[in-house]
Design a protein around this ligand. Structure first.
Ligand code: ACM
Ligand code: ZN
Length: 725
């Protein structure tokens, strides 16, 4: 029996060894050879080092070998060896017929070696149900990361994510040798950490919606929603991450982005002379902690001390971004503080605030990390780590001031941005896919090699404002889609590849091997859509990634497999996509599919118009317009056309769907052929109503069925009218 097993293994080994080695991120050096190792149920996992013991247990979850031993047998073993002389996080991995050996001088190095080993096995290893025998590709790898900080940030404040989902995410990033998890735990929309000395912070500040202290901004209006992590949950996440060589860095965003804190403790607000709400669209501008109230520092110390105790990281991110300085200027005490010192620049007061918090953190053994704005005032202590998010230029400016700087410019690394024009996602920082992430090139951004040597690392955030409109925590698939494969490119940059013109090689590694791994990890990653060409009356489609191309037409529900150019005089009728292992790329089509009619339209409403965004603006089909107030049950918006419009589909919009904000949450659409008699045809879904093949539309009316309590205004979009074919 053993003999048969071994000969089967030899055949499998030969076949598997013929496959390309395609590791992500690419190791510094790989020497390939034919001497593959065959992993058997009888293979021993050797680990003599106490320090590496958690790694042996971790590895055993993936490779189902029965024995762990401190001593190596003669052959047939996988060893994790603690050896002096390697750099931080560096390792070697040597595969021969007799054994696999990972050697490193530290935990991180051995963990990185394990991740490379997993990628030398069949992708099924990620299911934790790999069958044996399994072949490890024959090779010798010498490897280490270029950048010490390779991070990913998750915003669980705008949309709460369960602990289980966070743990899953930690696995995904660990597979890519990401070593920092920046946990954005508080923001205007939620406070997510249990604070035992101030229990209301999480119990009240962790929820928003009808009847709660926090307004339901950016989301649902009809129920209370949210959540928080107990201190026990936090300890579990930190410990889980530590096994996976990931340091968890907490963020409590101060002194701005603090609406959740300030709703629970309004006494921490500045002393406003009048207590009117100050709402900007959907944010309450009064989200800034008063910098000159001494009592605030006492409360903050009580809170921060508890958070410090939960996280072993020497760093603590305290925010510092987008502080609404005008709030401080409205405050008699904050404005007096500035005036007394002859300052007009609010950043000077931010410097003072941050330095007070820095002193508090120092008592608990922590160094602050901040967003780049906190370095603008000139007074931030040079020990603080700065996360540069505005642009590569700002990252460089901050770095040149001498701050250890993490590069995360929004234009390359904000994974909440949509990946193409018609996909869900935010848009204010750009619209880009994995190729753009990979294209980040220090030389193109004007960095010398000496300057690059001062960069501490990279990070990508996932901000979760848009996540809610995609189902929130019930649809974790959406964050996965936004993050992968963009995160693969970030991992590769962090490991030291300069992106740019190495794209073709990286892309091939992705689609030829890494997509299978991600599919077996259970990730809902994005498949690149195919390209569409229309020439000589024929539509021809080419795929970019691996996969099968399918298409549909507007005539039926049927799905067709694409098998060659399609002759047609109506190219826009066809929508194409690529599928790989059950995952579907976004649909693409000839540009004529997206052509719309733009007839004269007049908008009136039961709600008065905002003078700055008057209703006339809709007629240009370029602008969104705005009401001057929120809507009440029964409020309506009327769209009137000169002539009845014949179209194949009509869409009427309120609000900004993606965020979602400023929309009529509960309501319906009526249309009228004569402008007098209306018929209800669709309900609003996140502020939008669509009708397919409607009767000719002389007028359309959106009617609110509930008071909106989440937004101070309602956005109104131009109608989107697709012509008949
Ligand atoms: C940020 O995007 N406000 C850091
Ligand atoms: Zn103040």
């Amino acid at each position: 029996m053993k003999k048969i097993l071994l000969s089967v293994a030899a055949v499998v080994a030969a076949a598997y060894s013929a496959l390309a080695v395609a590791i992500v991120p690419q190791p510094q050096s790989i020497d390939k050879h034919q001497n593959a190792f065959v992993l058997l149920p009888s293979t021993t996992l050797v680990c003599a080092s106490e320090e590496f013991a958690p790694l042996a247990a971790y590895l055993q979850e993936y490779i189902p070998v029965k024995y762990i031993s401190k001593v190596a047998p003669k052959r047939n073993y996988v060893a994790l060896s603690l050896v002096e002389g390697y750099d931080k996080e560096a390792y070697t991995l040597s595969v021969s017929r007799d054994r696999v050996e990972i050697s490193a001088s530290d935990y991180g190095g051995a963990f990185n070696g394990i991740q490379t080993l997993l990628q030398l096995l069949p992708s099924e290893v990620y299911t934790k149900q790999m069958s044996l025998p399994a072949v490890v590709r024959g090779c010798d790898v010498t490897d280490k990361p270029k950048f010490a900080y390779r991070g990913f940030m998750l915003d669980v404040a705008r949309t709460f994510m369960t602990k289980e989902n966070v743990l899953r995410y930690i696995d995904y990033i660990a597979y890519h040798k990401i070593n920092k998890f920046h946990w954005h735990l508080t923001d205007n929309q939620g406070w997510r950490i249990e604070i035992k000395s101030h229990p209301d912070l999480a119990k009240k500040g962790g929820f928003r919606g009808d009847g709660s202290l926090l307004r339901p901004s950016l989301g649902r209006w009809t129920d209370i929603y949210g959540g928080y992590y107990t201190q026990e949950d936090i300890r579990e996440v930190v410990a889980y991450a530590a096994v996976r060589n990931i340091e968890v860095i907490p963020e409590v965003d101060l002194p701005g982005h603090s609406e959740a804190l300030l709703r629970v403790y309004p006494e921490m607000l500045c002393d406003y002379t009048n207590d009117e709400l100050d709402i900007n669209g959907n944010y309450d501008n009064r989200n800034v902690v008063c910098a000159t109230k001494e009592s605030n520092y006492k409360i903050l110390e009580e809170i921060l001390a508890e958070v410090c105790a939960l996280f072993p990281s020497p760093f603590f991110h305290i925010g510092g971004d987008e502080v609404r300085m005008e709030q401080w200027k409205k405050c008699p005490n904050c404005s007096a503080w500035l005036k007394k010192r002859g300052y007009t620049d609010g950043y000077k007061l931010e410097d003072m605030f941050i330095s007070r918090i820095q002193d508090i953190l120092a008592k608990y053994g922590k160094t602050p990390a901040v967003w780049n704005e906190a370095a603008f005032g000139g007074g931030l202590d040079k020990s603080a780590r700065v996360h540069g998010w505005k642009s590569p230029k700002v990252c460089k400016q901050v770095m040149m001031k001498g701050y250890p700087t993490i590069f995360m410019p929004q234009q390359f690394f904000y994974f909440d941005m949509a990946q193409s024009k018609r996909e869900a996602g935010a848009s204010w920082g750009g619209c880009f896919d994995v190729r753009k992430v990979y294209s980040f090139d220090f030389a193109k951004e004007g960095f010398t090699p000496e300057e690059v040597a001062c960069v501490e690392g990279f990070e990508a955030p996932y901000w979760s404002e848009v996540f809610l409109s995609q189902g929130g925590d019930k649809n974790i698939d959406f964050i996965e889609y936004q993050t992968f494969p963009r995160l693969c490119a970030l991992a590769e940059l962090g490991w030291g590849k300069n992106g740019g013109n190495e794209w073709e090689e990286f892309h091939k590694r992705l689609y030829s091997r890494h997509y299978d791994r991600m599919a077996d990890m259970g990730l809902n990653f994005r498949i690149t859509p195919p390209t569409v060409k229309y020439e000589g009356g024929k539509l021809s489609i080419e795929k970019i990634d691996n996969g099968t191309i399918y298409y549909r037409t507007d005539d039926s529900e049927k799905i067709y497999k694409y098998s060659g150019a399609i002759a047609t005089d109506k190219p826009g009728k066809y929508a194409f996509w690529c599928e790989y292992r059950g995952l579907k790329s976004p649909e693409v089509a000839h540009s004529s599919r997206y052509k719309t009619l733009q007839p004269n339209v007049k908008v009136t409403s039961s709600m008065p118009e905002d003078p700055k965004y008057g209703y006339d603006g809709v007629s240009t089909y370029k602008k969104r317009v705005m009401t001057a107030c929120t809507c009440k049950k029964g409020d309506w918006i009327l769209f009137e056309f000169d002539e009845p419009i014949v179209c194949r589909q009509a869409e009427f919009y309120t609000g900004r769907y993606n965020v979602p904000s400023g929309l009529i949450r509960v309501g319906y659409l009526e249309i009228s052929e004569d402008g007098v008699n209306f018929e209800r045809v669709a309900d609003l879904n996140y502020g939008i109503a669509k009708v397919v093949n409607p009767r000719p539309i002389k007028a359309a009316r959106i009617v609110a069925e509930r008071d909106v309590v989440g937004s101070s205004k309602v956005w109104i979009g131009a109608p989107i009218l697709y012509p008949k074919w």
